[in-house]
Write a protein that binds this ligand. Structure first.
Ligand code: ZN
Length: 480
């Protein structure tokens, strides 16, 4: 599409200029963006930016629900996250997660969680400023970024329904620890006016499912027409659907067929090989070990005897969009290995430090998380360090972060491992304690049933195997 030719690459310097022109960054501060550890309290940014942006506004987009699984953070999403964190020097934007059974744009690379606490005055001020700027005037600035909706502190704002305003949000997570941003496909693909300098006029509605009950292919092309209805049933396979991040002995079967190391973990190497195989073979390019892939990759079901009378015509296979070359797939760090302390492990905090890392430390130390490291935080840290038998310095360094993590996530050290029926030993004992079943160190049917119950509650495949996200699910049910 020729519209791509208009895409303007914004260099770091140009971006600072653009922000200065918009009032996002005070001009005097613009040159020193790399400097402060202390988060800048942004002025309320209400005025729409000037000359860098066209007068015309990008076309309005509908809600575009996630239907595909994509471990890549889409370019417009990554650029927005980088813009916000470089501007405000606070919060950590977390993005992609492997697909679960529910719907979330975190699963297709179109969402970020910006970790700004509603209970931290500095972070809350930043959050207020940003959401006010984006949602003002029915979301003029949100439209320029292709932001579809925002959830913050029990409230949700929708670009596709701005008349509802900041409506009450009643989802399971109150969103007091972060702001959630979901993007339209145009915003996700960086085709909106903030980035291109011209208003987007064509709505890209994103990928369509090919088979009923299966994930859609990865995004490859702009779609402007409705998805087909009455989808064909998926090909039959005895194997369940697996997504990146999961581990199972059944995944080893696929790995052997794909010719990649067969450790049973659906990792980035497996993902990359799978996408290439799907492209070559002509099944929907989903990046998922789905039914269509299993049926071709590991055909196991006996071919049914054709009915004796009239054979109905075979359904026309749905068209599969094959890109000329498979998109490069960046390696994916195991996202289930991270805890809320992971981003801060390298951070050293002492009296006088401020910001998001301090608030995380304070929550860990059960001190009011105001983001300012004062005498009370220091006293709590000294107590914690002496309880833990580590160097009592009153300064938070790696050992303190590690001990906090170990206390709050007692199974974290095991997350790279896999245990299942027949496993024995200390790891099994730890799993059993967490599951509150008899802790005899032998993984038998009772332990397996308890694992499957946790997996079902967490909407994970009920494999009975403890690995990857299952560790996280077991740990999260241990919390009070
Ligand atoms: Zn989120």
């Amino acid at each position: 599409m020729s519209r791509h030719n208009r895409l303007v690459t914004v260099s770091g310097t140009a971006l600072v200029f653009a922000l200065s022109a918009t009032g996002l960054v005070p001009a005097a501060q613009a040159g020193a963006l790399a400097a402060p550890l202390r988060p800048a309290i942004a002025p309320l940014v209400a005025a729409p930016p000037g000359k860098a942006l066209p007068a015309a506004l990008d076309v309005k987009t509908p809600y575009e629900a996630q239907v595909s699984c994509d471990p890549r953070t889409q370019p417009g999403v990554a650029a927005f996250a980088a813009l916000m964190t470089s501007q405000y020097k606070t919060g950590v934007a977390t993005t992609n997660r492997p697909c679960l059974a529910d719907t979330s744009e975190h699963y297709d690379g179109r969402a970020i969680d910006w970790m700004l606490s509603a209970y931290d005055p500095q972070q809350s001020a930043v959050a207020d400023s940003v959401v006010a700027w984006l949602s003002a005037d029915n979301g003029v600035m949100a439209r320029r970024f292709g932001i579809s909706y925002i959830i913050r502190n029990r409230k949700m704002w929708r670009e596709y329904a701005p008349e509802r305003g900041w409506a009450t949000y009643t989802g399971p997570d109150p969103h007091t620890s972060h702001i959630h941003f979901s993007f339209s496909w145009d915003g996700a693909m960086k085709r909106t006016s903030w980035w291109t300098g011209s208003a987007n006029t064509v709505v890209d509605l994103g990928p369509c499912k090919v088979y009923a009950g299966q994930f859609a292919p990865l995004h490859t092309a702009i779609r402007t027409t409705a998805c087909p209805t009455n989808l064909p049933a998926a090909p039959v396979s005895v194997y369940p659907v697996y997504v990146i991040g999961q581990r199972s002995t059944q995944i080893e079967v696929a790995q052997r067929a794909l010719g990649v190391p067969a450790g049973g973990l659906f990792d980035a190497v497996t993902y990359s090989a799978l996408v290439q195989w799907q492209t070559r073979v002509g099944v929907p390019i989903t990046g998922v070990l789905d039914k269509a892939t299993w049926a071709r990759l590991v055909p196991t079901t006996p071919v049914p005897t054709p009915p004796p009378v009239v054979t109905p015509p075979a359904p026309t296979p749905p068209p599969v969009v094959t890109p000329p070359t498979p998109a490069p797939v960046p390696p994916v760090a195991a996202p289930w290995a991270a805890t809320r302390y992971t981003p801060y492990k390298g951070v050293v905090l002492r009296q006088g430090s401020t910001g998001a890392a301090v608030a995380v430390l304070q929550r860990g130390l059960r001190v009011t998380p105001d983001g300012a490291f004062g005498p009370r935080t220091q006293a709590a840290l000294v107590t914690f360090q002496s309880q833990q038998g580590i160097s009592v310095s009153g300064i938070a360094t790696r050992p303190a972060w590690d001990r906090l993590e170990k206390r709050d996530y007692p199974l974290v050290g095991y997350r790279g491992l896999s245990v299942s029926r027949g496993s024995t030993g200390a790891v099994v004992t730890a799993v059993q304690r967490a599951l509150r079943v008899s802790a005899d160190g032998a993984f038998g049917p009772v332990t397996e049933a308890a694992v499957k119950a946790v997996q079902s509650r967490a909407e994970l495949a009920p494999t009975g195997v403890v690995s990857g996200w299952t560790w996280v699910a077991i740990e999260s049910q241990m919390l009070p």
